[in-house]
Design a protein around this ligand. Sequence first.
Ligand SMILES: CC(C)(COP(=O)(O)OP(=O)(O)OC[C@H]1O[C@@H](n2cnc3c(N)ncnc32)[C@H](O)[C@@H]1OP(=O)(O)O)[C@@H](O)C(=O)NCCC(=O)NCCS
Length: 202
Amino acid sequence: MSAAPDTGTPAAWWPGQQTLPTAPVADRRIAFVPMTLADLDAVHEVEKRAYPHPWTPKHFRDSLQAGYPVVMLLGQALPGEMPSPARSDGRVLLGYLVAMPGVDEVHLLNITVAPAFQRQGWGRFLLDALVLWSRGQRAQWLWLEVRQSNQPARHLYERYGFTAVGVRKGYYPAGHLAREDAVVMSLDLRTPGAVQPGGEGA
Ligand SMILES: CC(C)(COP(=O)(O)OP(=O)(O)OC[C@H]1O[C@@H](n2cnc3c(N)ncnc32)[C@H](O)[C@@H]1OP(=O)(O)O)[C@@H](O)C(=O)NCCC(=O)NCCS
């Protein structure tokens, strides 16, 4: 996750309101929905559950204001499931991502799967959607930073085909006056076979 959003260009097309063929949990109807300010409380609630050092509401507001794609992955609630945080439409907030488009690259600022839905394939699914969208923007590279200690996320990115290309010293806050390094990772989008949706890089 990036330490803070920057400036950018308007969001464009994003996969819509259909059940996508690569949905990891086929029984659940899902949709990608652009986040609005009305979703801020629910998104921030998940953010607090997912991170020891969560983004503040301002980070999300700034990203929305900058026009970045801020996209929620919503799922139909399954029988007996009580969505938490509750949504007025009764759907479940499975996860979300925030990306910053550049000239020929996209920078992933935040990708989060709600703790109750982790290890079900949704993280990889969000990356699939981001790669699809980024290619639609003619992006050649996908960039991100990840905390050195965040093994689940590093594992996800490595398995997906990202390569570690550097370290940003003291990039993240890490408690009382402490800082933690970020690993910078990139994914080459130029080669059609470099990324296999739902699977690992070549
Ligand atoms: C990182 C995160 C997005 C992964 O999402 P997820 O939906 O749980 O991941 P998936 O189920 O799609 O898993 C895909 C792969 O990621 C890796 N992975 C995911 N969670 C892992 C864990 N806890 N430990 C080790 N590897 C893990 C595995 O390689 C996994 O493949 P496998 O299940 O076939 O072994 C999720 O754990 C999360 O939101 N964490 C908190 C927020 C965060 O750290 N975001 C990243 C900031 S840079």
